[in-house]
Design a protein around this ligand. Structure first.
Ligand code: SF4
Length: 744
């Protein structure tokens, strides 16, 4: 049985950070670290956890160190590397080996005659892209994908490029992660963003954490949870897995705790809900509270309900009609556990609810989010200090990209102000999200794919179909820092455009430029790279987009070179087009930047009812066939999205392997499996198509019976393209019906 860790941080985090610094770039890495997440420094290219107003001199976590050393590595993927290996050969490498070749140094173009990538000039690369785009039958034959690392300035120019070209095909990584949060909260309270700030964590009496593993995916959140725990706040976690970061934490920068080996308990209550059972668990809490309210009015905020909400009575009736048996069966929890959690909830003056993929990547992902918002509304826990909704974003600027217009469903007012600013007619018809882009490419309806960062081939569901789709494209182009799967699964023509890292100096027209990002709590702040770039041939993301724009639209209406000669020019345009960015260039000069308006945080409800809406969704149907399991995909602690920093997963007791399948010990016994077995995981999607992931080693683990977990991207092949959330189309990577076939 894997030796699960019950404590995060500590000496393990320190040793791991030193390991990556030593392995990748000791001197440069160390010198750069102390400018990360600092005023006048650069923003960590990792997750979107906000920086405190007064950051500590070492304002970074272990995974921030990995994200940085990934950029500052001394390894280089030069034209010589590409000359030595055919693309077919590289396709046989695993994801770690591909990215471990280091930083790309030159623009590269694929030569089908030699089956190799060869260096190409920037000018020629831009010319080929423009020529290919002009050759398309329709602007909608092109798709412009965005990964959440893209800065505000690059994202704004990117959407401008695509819309000038005539399409709204802007699939982005948010489609695969928090889209369900955006759609769910949009209907409930008319915002897709969290309503809390970092300061609210210091005021909350209770913090509920649903379907999130902050110890790996947002590690600095543990500092806030540690402080909250130390001051007596209750922390209630719902997660099928017992995650170390939600159990105990030793702050690696607290010398006393480190020397004494003293850790702080994080969760005061921990519930291993079964996969897919969160909605039932939250509704069960609401049921307990509403039943209690019949005899004790104080458990509800009646004034808030009357003055600020819509649909309460309908919701109250639905909850009353939902039988306890169904709620307990679906959640996999005991009534006593639900009562405990509910008592913590209504016993707390102010409550924050946090969540991540464990809620969003389900067919009922949107309903999951709306049920959590319903719970918050019962006691007016939105729009006051210490209370609110907190979807925690995984990518450093994924929220900013959406704010900049990276969406396949742009709002009319945004398009109208864009047209006014640039004097063109923007397309109105909605475009393709990620899953629709894959289907359109597979059916030959999209023949041009441009990836602004990320690793589309590995991050997406239904890998076999996605790879076929990318290969069917006439041209695939990727703006990247490292070689990855998407470069070796390519279209007839293929280009790799190497860009600057977040930590690298971006000089335009002789002066250093800053970009801006927006964190999970709507704070917009500047990020200024400091290091000499990994290669003199790299360009910034904005400069790459401007290079394509200038070739594609040589006669305007946008003066691309003017805009990228000084990014203040881009921000002036953003200020004119997007509300909330007044005095943009001035306000990013202040340390920490500025907060974007968040109407629900001020109890302003811009919904169709003019109120915060209780949304009454039916519970989902969660059953799987007998002998089948519910599989959830997840990250290891040595992984960031699809980037594998190293094999092994310290907190889960895994060393040197990734094809492991976490199973309940009783399920293993009943299936006749041991930890020496090897199995093929087979998924059972509604389309009946065969999807398999072979060679997984079963590992007995603390997970509810009938549930299983394994790492992505290795298991993304199992997620059917039509297996996605209702309304948000977020792939249901947290609920895959599977069966196991014994190989040996
Ligand atoms: S918490 Fe996220 S943003 Fe902060 S240092 Fe760690 S990885 Fe970077």
């Amino acid at each position: 049985m894997a030796e699960q860790k019950t404590e995060a941080g500590g000496w393990g985090a320190l040793n791991s950070s030193l390991h990556f610094l030593r392995r990748e770039s000791f001197l440069k890495g160390n010198a750069t670290l102390f400018r990360m997440n600092q005023p006048r420094g650069f923003d960590c290219p990792g997750c979107a956890w906000p920086d405190p107003k007064n950051p500590s001199p070492t304002e970074f976590c272990e995974n921030g160190v990995k994200a940085l050393t990934y950029e500052t590595t001394t390894k280089r993927a030069t034209p010589e590397l590409f000359a030595k290996h055919t693309v077919t050969e590289m396709r046989g490498w695993d994801d770690f080996t591909l990215e471990n070749t280091g930083r790309l140094t030159h623009p590269m173009t694929y030569n089908p005659d030699t089956d190799r990538y060869e260096a190409v000039s920037w000018d020629e690369a831009f010319e080929r892209i423009a020529r290919h785009l002009r050759s398309l039958g329709s602007p909608d034959d092109a798709a412009f994908y965005t990964s959440g690392r893209t800065s505000n300035e690059a994202a704004f120019l990117y959407q401008l490029l695509g819309r000038l070209f005539g399409t709204n095909n802007f699939p982005d990584c948010s489609n695969m992660c928090h889209e369900s949060s955006g759609v769910g909260m949009g209907e409930s309270i008319a915002t897709g963003k969290g309503t809390v700030t970092l300061e609210d964590f210091e005021k909350a009496d209770a913090i509920f954490v649903f379907g999130q593993n902050p110890g790996t995916n947002h590690p600095r959140m543990l500092s806030e949870l540690e402080k909250a725990s130390k001051r007596g706040a209750r922390i209630v976690s719902f997660n099928p897995l017992k995650e170390a970061g939600l159990l105990n934490f030793t702050h690696p920068q607290n010398a006393v705790d480190m020397l004494l080996g003293r850790s702080t308990p994080i969760s005061s209550h921990y519930y291993q809900v079964q996969i897919g059972g969160d909605m039932a668990a939250v509704r069960a809490m609401a049921k307990f509270i509403l039943e209690k309210a019949e005899s004790d009015r104080s458990v509800l905020d009646h004034d808030f309900l009357e003055r600020h909400t819509h649909g309460f009575e309908e919701y109250r009736r639905l909850v009353a009609e939902t039988p306890w048996e169904v709620l307990l069966e679906q959640s996999g929890l005991e009534r006593q556990q639900i009562q405990e959690a509910a008592e913590v909830y209504f016993g707390a003056g102010s409550v924050i609810c946090c969540w991540a993929m464990g809620l969003t990547q389900h067919r009922h992902g949107v309903a999951n989010i709306q049920e959590v918002v319903n719970l918050l509304l019962l006691r007016g826990n939105i729009g006051r200090p210490g209370a609110g909704a907190c979807p925690v974003r995984g990518h450093s600027n994924v929220q900013g990209d959406r704010t900049m217009g990276i969406t396949e469903e742009p709002k009319e007012e945004f398009l109208a102000s864009l047209e006014k600013e640039f004097g063109f007619t923007a397309p109105r018809h909605h475009g393709f999200s990620t899953v629709h882009t894959i289907k359109a490419m597979a059916e030959g309806r999209v023949g041009f794919f441009l990836g602004m960062g990320g690793n589309f081939a590995s991050a997406t569901p239904d890998s076999d179909l996605t790879w076929q789709a990318l290969r069917r494209c006439g041209m695939t182009v990727h703006v990247s820092t490292h070689l990855n799967r998407s470069h070796v699964v390519h279209g007839a023509a293929a280009l790799i455009l190497p860009c600057l890292g977040r930590s690298e100096a971006d000089i335009q027209a002789g002066s250093r430029q800053s970009v801006t990002v927006e964190d999970s709590m709507s704070m917009v702040h500047a990020s200024t790279g400091i290091n000499r770039p990994a290669s003199e041939h790299l360009k910034s993301e904005p400069a790459i987009i401007a290079g394509i724009g200038a070739k594609l639209f040589p006669n305007g209406p946008v003066d691309w070179n003017y805009l990228v000669s000084d990014y203040d020019h881009i921000r002036e345009c953003i200020e004119s087009v997007i509300p909330g960015f007044a005095d943009y260039n001035k306000r990013i000069q202040q340390p920490g930047g500025f907060h974007l308006p968040n109407p629900p945080a001020n109890r302003e409800w811009r919904t169709s009812t003019g109120r915060a809406n209780f949304i009454s969704n039916a519970l989902p149907r969660l059953s799987v066939q007998p002998g089948h399991l519910r599989l959830m995909t997840l990250r290891s602690h040595n992984q960031y999205n699809t980037t594998i920093y190293d094999s092994g997963d310290r907190y889960r007791g895994i060393t040197g392997e990734r094809r492991v399948l976490f199973l309940n010990a009783d399920d293993m016994r009943e299936l006749g499996l041991t930890e020496k077995s090897s199995v093929t995981i087979r998924s059972h999607a509604a389309d009946g198509r065969e999807r398999r992931a072979p060679e997984f080693r079963p590992i007995a683990y603390s997970i509810p019976k009938g549930c299983a977990a394994a790492y992505y991207p290795e298991t993304n092949v199992l997620v059917g393209i039509d297996e996605h959330a209702v309304k948000s189309h977020t792939p249901m990577s947290k609920f895959i019906e599977v069966s196991l076939e014994l190989e040996r």
